[in-house]
Design a protein around this ligand. Structure first.
Ligand code: AMP
Ligand code: ZN
Length: 495
């Protein structure tokens, strides 16, 4: 049902026809006798009610902020993508850097005839952005640009992303669509507890929530006591923050005797901007008593609003009217089959100032499906496993921080904050995992020792190496106001 295209969802003729079919069939069924009749009747009632629930959902346009885009069939999505891809490629061709890349690849914009032809296009990387810092990849004159964002580069040049006013408007629309999808409406109070400034999580959500019409509180990151006061005083119904900060906020709520269920009007959390496990999300939902939806974005694509979970929480819907999504093998750069993990590659489809073709995000994920009971057919991707550059290689074994988090979060005696330190001792690489204990957990030495052994064993089963596990009191490990720092690499590098 959910996969009907928009035409069928909202077409009264089809609705009436289905309704007529249901009701006449039911009437006929009740005229039969005995058990068969009752069985058929009950079965049909169930069928009819399921049908009506689904149909109602589809007919209820208020579920979608942009039904004309959100409810497109796969065919319609692909037709729109091809049209937009052709226009984007032509637009990029006006830029000298892209023109050179096209020449090297031996193609011109006329070679893009089908959606699969996207694979003829050269990839773009962060290095391209750095090499052409600051404005080399702009596809419009600077006088048309109204905003600049930059992602923090720890080494070399930072990367710069330019926006025209139209880009900013589209970005606001995308974020508003995401917030609407998880149930937020103009009568909500949206507190944005994320960093502002160059970090796009601040202004991106600010504009998106305003576009939706919600009362938007630019609380910014940190100062948990003030955050809690705002939540209570303003009747905040939704918060956006990085997941590691939500757990910190909850700790301070507990210290202050504030119960989010009892003392606040919270109904939705939006968490994202950093990798987090399903276990971490479940914990956050349990502690805050509300649903927490995963939000994915990156500055190069605009910021938040690239992908979001719907109420089904079964993966991130990437908005395919804005992006072409590819998952490729990071070594061969060939596409991997659906369900297999690879590197996410994105092509922007409606950007003016700085469109990006086949941008290698370094994020690792996989396709879960292209349909969803929510009625949207925009591709669903798994939560990010991590970035290829986050991968730790320890004694030849590849390990992602998220694998460690997943195990730690399974122990209810452990709190959410942890730190992985890599060192070289006696020519060997070692890993130490420090993790905070829940406040009320015992100080009985034997129980702590057993817990430490259990955690070590569970980690060994997951990562195939035995880390040193240190259980530390709550509040001991550093808390970052922005994205959490989970790994400190102190290893000696031998030449
Ligand atoms: P920035 O451009 O600084 O906002 O960083 C973007 C990067 O943050 C992405 O490429 C991902 O690695 C990471 N990121 C953003 N959102 C999520 C998310 N929901 N889950 C996992 N990683 C994320
Ligand atoms: Zn969905």
């Amino acid at each position: 049902m959910a996969n009907f295209s928009k035409k069928y969802y909202f077409n009264d003729k089809y609705y009436n026809w289905f309704y007529y079919l249901c009701t006449t069939k039911m009437k006929k069924c009740t005229s039969l006798d005995g058990h068969i009749s009752t069985f058929c009747f009950v079965k049909r009632i169930i069928w009819k009610s399921n049908f009506c629930i689904n149909l109602n959902k589809m007919l209820d346009k208020s579920e979608y902020l942009h039904p004309d885009k959100e409810c497109l069939s796969r065919q319609e999505i692909e037709a729109l993508q091809l049209e937009r891809l052709k226009a984007t490629v032509k637009h990029c061709y006006t830029n000298e850097v892209y023109k050179k890349k096209f020449a090297e690849a031996g193609i011109t914009p006329d070679d893009i005839k089908t959606l699969d032809d996207v694979r003829k296009l050269p990839f773009t990387t962060k290095q391209d952005l750095r090499d052409n810092y600051p404005f080399g990849l702009a596809c419009v004159p600077l006088s048309k640009c109204t905003r600049l964002h930059s992602s923090s580069g720890t080494t070399g040049n930072p990367t710069v992303i330019l926006h025209t006013q139209k880009d900013i408007d589209e970005w606001a629309n995308a974020v508003a669509r995401c917030l609407h999808m998880v149930g937020l409406r103009p009568d909500d109070v949206f507190q944005n507890s994320s960093g502002y400034g160059m970090f796009t999580g601040g202004l991106g959500f600010q504009l998106g929530a305003e576009r939706l019409g919600a009362l938007t509180v630019p609380a910014a990151a940190g100062n948990s006591l003030r955050q809690i006061k705002f939540i209570k005083d303003f009747g905040t119904t939704a918060i956006h923050a990085v997941p590691s900060y939500v757990t910190r906020l909850h700790e301070v709520m507990v210290e202050q005797g504030v119960d989010p269920r009892r003392d606040t009007k919270l109904k939705v959390l939006v968490i994202g901007a950093e990798p987090h496990s399903e276990e971490q999300r479940k914990r956050i939902e349990k502690m805050m008593g509300v649903k927490a939806y995963n939000s994915f974005g990156m500055s190069e694509m605009c910021g938040p609003g690239v992908a979001f979970e719907c109420k089904e929480q079964n993966g991130l819907h990437f908005w395919e009217d804005y992006y072409i999504v590819e998952i490729v093998d990071p070594e061969t750069l060939e596409p991997v089959p659906d369900g297999e993990i690879g590197e996410l590659v994105l092509t922007t489809l409606n950007r003016e100032a700085m469109p990006l073709l086949r941008y290698r995000t370094r994020d690792l994920t996989r396709v879960l499906g292209r349909t969803c009971p929510c009625g949207r057919n925009h591709v669903r991707l798994d939560r990010m496993k991590g970035r290829s550059d986050d991968m730790m290689v320890l004694r030849g074994v590849n390990i992602f921080p998220i694998q460690i988090e997943k195990i730690l979060m399974q122990f209810k005696e452990l709190a959410s904050n942890y730190l992985i330190t890599l060192t070289t001792d006696a020519d060997n690489d070692n890993m130490t995992v420090e993790v905070e204990l829940e406040e009320l957990f015992t100080d009985d030495y034997q129980r702590l020792q057993k817990l430490q052994k259990d955690v070590t064993r569970a980690l060994k089963d997951e990562i195939l190496l035995t880390p040193h596990v240190k259980l530390v009191p709550k509040g001991t490990l550093p808390v970052s106001e922005g994205k959490a720092v989970r790994v400190v690499d102190k290893r000696t590098v031998y030449q």
